[in-house]
Ligand binder design. Structure first.
Ligand code: NAD
Length: 499
């Protein structure tokens, strides 16, 4: 039983129709070993049901199905326009089942239902975007002179393994699946063990839309036992991974120790949100700073987890941020008015609370929050938490906390702000708030991050690339550039013979 914000008990909605088996070769099947693991809802700590726990044997079955489908050409060799139609149909089916899919996300990982609905809408847009793109991309004719016709064409890479995290369990797979499917690949996807359900539902919808059997396979399971065999498989041509930098590095190793498969990585971040004293709209900056770290309970790779404040305005911004945080107190994720739900599981909650203890021990000033919330619900909630007067060499400024914890660091000059912003192993996102267009542009060109926002935080669009510099990753999701991840170039050289 879940408990509402007022303490009265309510039953979790019925989850009996949610998928829980692996999806291989067009069918829901048990793991070959018969093993399962518990799917726990972090809303209340209750077990919803058991899910198939796949391992290397299931990876073998799925890769064989993917390879068969790829070689048969029923997807890889059809006209792009035909794939477009199927993927547009898939987008419609996702829209049709939006309420169910959003509920799966919320029950499985604790995101507020309004956020889950936004995620489903983004998924619909993602499939539409890549479906529409694929019959508008041309190959090239080489400038090789009159005695030859030379073609540069794009071909699908083949069988693509995908390993993804739990924070956006539908949207992150979509950023990979949609361009991979649009370009004709076959896929073996492993969702995170914390949130496996909605990816299984997506596989069934892909099948209903007309994606042939074997093209989309989804294997719930754990990193070591199901993720690693994907990374090391000799017949997987490419891996697309989103998750921590630590595990991203393992995928590079798996590739080097197996078949040198291509590896695309979207990893962690410790993104700087830099507010200068000439911020044009302090209220907007504060509202965006709050959303940037408390949204999705801070479980966002591009979260604005380092708030860099020019000294003269630091106190004012922190006071306003504490007031704004009241809107982000954790509530019942099933209530449409709730802005912040639970953490994904108990482990993540304890990890975050551990960082709060470390920050305090290292001398940062705990200005707000820092405790578990809604404990009576049985779920795993953390208060919005603000550290002030921090230094960039503190653990809470260096490591990714992945929780609703912001580390505010004061700085003096523009030069100082930029130096601190760049002083991190990560380079995913960043933002700068100033009225001065020259300062904004100097900052934008000097920051080593895949995205820089000016007078907003973490804004993006499916039409814009997303990914990291440094240890935040290799390659880009979203935009037409994502098609490059799932295609390889072929050169065809035709010698034009004289009669
Ligand atoms: P994680 O790296 O622990 O897990 C990600 C995936 O890798 C999961 O499916 C997991 O089962 C699998 N995995 C774990 N260990 C593995 C191993 N030894 N071999 C193979 N696979 C393994 O990350 P997480 O905790 O699920 O997610 C949080 C991390 O993801 C954060 O660091 C966050 O920044 C990052 N993230 C990045 C982006 C982005 O686009 N840059 C988006 C979302 C999340």
């Amino acid at each position: 039983m879940a408990t509402t914000a007022t303490g009265s008990r309510t039953a979790l909605p019925d989850a009996s129709r949610f998928p829980r088996k692996a999806f291989i070769d067009g069918e829901f099947v048990d793991a070959a070993s018969g093993a399962t693991f518990e799917c726990v809802s972090p809303i209340s700590g209750e077990t919803l049901f058991d899910v198939a726990a796949c391992d290397a044997e299931d990876v073998e079955r799925a890769v064989a199905a993917a390879r068969r489908s790829f070689d048969a050409g029923t997807w890889s060799q059809v006209a792009p326009r035909k794939r477009k139609k199927v993927l547009l149909r898939l987008a419609e089916l996702i829209a049709r089942d939006a309420d169910d899919l959003a509920l799966m996300i919320t029950l499985d990982m604790g995101k507020p239902i309004a956020g889950a609905q936004t995620e489903v809408r983004a998924t619909v847009e993602g499939f539409r975007y890549f479906a529409e793109a694929v019959d508008k991309v041309y190959g090239e004719v080489g400038p090789t002179g009159p005695s030859a016709v030379t073609l540069v064409t794009r071909e699908p890479v083949g069988v693509v393994g995908m390993v993804v995290p739990w924070n956006y369990p539908l949207q992150v797979p979509t950023w990979k699946l949609a361009p991979a499917l649009a370009t004709g690949n076959s896929v073996v996807l492993k969702p995170a063990e914390q949130s496996p359900v909605v990816a299984l539902a997506l596989a069934a919808l892909a099948s209903e839309a007309g994606v042939p059997d074997g093209v989309v396979n989804v294997l719930p399971g754990f990193g070591e036992t199901a993720g690693q065999p994907i990374g090391r498989h000799m017949d997987i041509d490419k891996v697309a991974f989103t998750g921590s930098s630590e595990v991203g590095k393992l995928f590079l190793r798996y590739s080097g120790e197996s078949n040198m498969k291509g590896v695309q990585l979207e990893c962690g971040g410790k993104s700087p949100n830099v507010i200068f004293d000439d911020v044009p709209d302090v209220e907007l900056a504060v509202a965006q700073a709050a959303e940037g770290i408390f949204g999705n309970s801070g479980q966002v790779c591009s979260a604005g987890s380092r708030l860099l404040l020019q000294e003269s305005i630091a106190d004012e911004v922190l006071e306003q941020l504490a007031a704004e945080a009241a809107k982000w107190q954790p509530g019942d994720p099933l209530d449409p008015a709730t802005r912040m739900g639970s953490m994904v599981d108990q482990t993540q909650m304890e990890r975050v609370l551990g960082y709060v203890r470390t920050g305090t021990a290292e001398g940062a000033e705990l200005r707000l929050g820092g405790r578990r919330a809604r404990q009576e619900s049985g779920g795993y909630y953390v208060e919005p938490t603000i550290f002030g007067a921090a230094r960039n060499d503190m653990t809470i400024a260096r490591e990714e906390i992945f929780g609703p914890v912001v580390t505010a660091i004061p700085f003096g000059s523009e030069e100082d702000g930029l130096r601190i912003a760049n002083d991190t192993v990560y380079g995913l996102s960043s933002a700068v708030w100033t009225r001065d267009i020259n300062k904004a542009h100097r900052f934008a060109r000097s920051i080593r991050a895949g995205t820089v926002c000016i007078n907003c935080y973490d804004w993006g669009d499916i039409a814009l690339p997303f990914g990291g510099y440094k240890q935040s990753g290799i390659g880009r999701d979203k935009s037409l550039h994502a098609l490059e991840n799932y295609t390889q170039l072929k050169t065809t050289y035709i010698n034009v013979l004289d009669d």
